[in-house]
Design a protein around this ligand. Structure first.
Ligand SMILES: NC(=O)c1ccc[n+]([C@@H]2O[C@H](COP(=O)([O-])OP(=O)(O)OC[C@H]3O[C@@H](n4cnc5c(N)ncnc54)[C@H](OP(=O)(O)O)[C@@H]3O)[C@@H](O)[C@H]2O)c1
Length: 295
């Protein structure tokens, strides 16, 4: 990432932390003083660490456990594979769910109350963390998504009974470094969240593929069809991001009665064969799979 990219991202993130009404900057000061442990620094761990450091968290306050560190991580100034502090403010779990059982024992000594555990692992339940980390451990389970890598993720969070309002505020501030944060009523909602926003970026990428294929079917060269589809999805996404109007109103705004868009929407909005029933099925399949994996 070039220095211009980091600079502009830092501005965005500082604005976000200051504007989220949760005292994000002050919370990160507490983390800086007591320390943060990051277990696993792959794609998501790197996105988070970059976000925290851009928001002002000193590298010297971070202890990373990662068997295959990138060159960036090796030179980032964090404590790398050098144990953990006695009582860090937070331990963030960013290993794959299937690695969690092998990785957690390294942090077992931090369980019991003083350190907040925040997990981003899909499918690993709060109950299994409680079993591994011991009674009294505050745990916040979160579900981020891959646009976190460009600071535009959305993360849903929920805590166990030991997670205090301050713990939830800390988890919110940490995840706000890579995008929006939303509170859940409870862990029972997390499979639905995974099915909408966790897996959702893949649906949008497939939408690009499908629009490009449809353009090709109408006679466009593949490269042009793909360029049109990709720019259209990204541009419409940005418009939806920036506009205060609802998605429905944005759609109405670009649909002239009897025009070309209306002709396409008549197909896409068919109550039996359109996009809504198709996505109902797709999201239900993802949520069902999440429930299976959580067993
Ligand atoms: N990517 C997403 O879209 C997304 C969305 C929501 C949630 N998540 C969750 O985020 C977590 C991380 O995903 P990711 O995409 O960042 O995966 P990833 O790129 O594979 O990162 C996981 C990292 O953890 C390391 N690791 C493995 N065993 C370890 C151990 N015992 N101790 C410490 N580190 C260990 C891995 O090293 P090796 O490479 O050597 O195995 C890898 O660098 C997952 O639990 C996933 O469910 C991801």
């Amino acid at each position: 990432m070039n220095s211009e990219g980091i600079g502009s991202k830092r501005q965005i993130q500082n604005t976000r932390l200051a504007a989220n009404g949760q005292g994000g900057g002050m919370i990160l000061d507490t983390v800086a003083a007591r320390g943060l442990v990051l277990l696993g620094c792959g794609k998501m761990g790197t996105a988070l660490l970059t976000g925290w450091m851009s928001a002002g968290l000193p590298a010297a306050s971070v202890w990373v456990i990662e068997p295959n560190p990138t060159d960036w991580l090796k030179t980032s100034g964090v404590h790398l594979n050098a144990g953990v502090p006695a009582s860090p403010a937070v331990a963030l779990l960013a290993v794959k769910p299937q690695m969690m059982g092998a990785a957690l024992p390294a942090l077992r000594a931090l369980g019991g109350g003083a350190t907040l555990f925040v997990s981003i692992a899909a499918g690993t339940t709060i109950a299994s963390f409680e079993a591994a980390l011991g009674p009294g451990t505050p745990i916040v389970r979160t579900m981020p998504n891959t646009p976190a890598m460009v600071g535009r993720g959305i993360t849903a969070i929920c805590g166990n009974t030991h997670a205090t309002p301050d713990d939830l505020a800390l988890a919110r501030a940490l995840m706000a470094a890579v995008g929006e944060v939303i509170d859940l009523a409870g862990e029972h909602q997390i499979d639905a969240v995974t099915a909408v926003s966790g897996s959702g970026p893949a649906y949008v990428f497939h939408l690009i593929e499908a629009m490009a294929a449809a353009g090709e079917a109408q006679g466009l060269p593949p490269g042009i069809a793909m360029q049109l589809a990709r720019a259209t999805v990204c541009g419409a996404g940005e418009l939806a991001h920036r506009s205060p109007e609802t998605a429905a109103q944005l759609r109405v705004n670009v649909t002239s009665p009897g025009g070309t868009t209306a002709a396409a929407l008549a197909v896409l909005m068919d109550p039996d064969t359109g996009l809504t029933p198709l996505l109902q099925r797709a999201v239900r399949a993802a949520a069902d799979r999440g429930r299976d994996l959580g067993k």
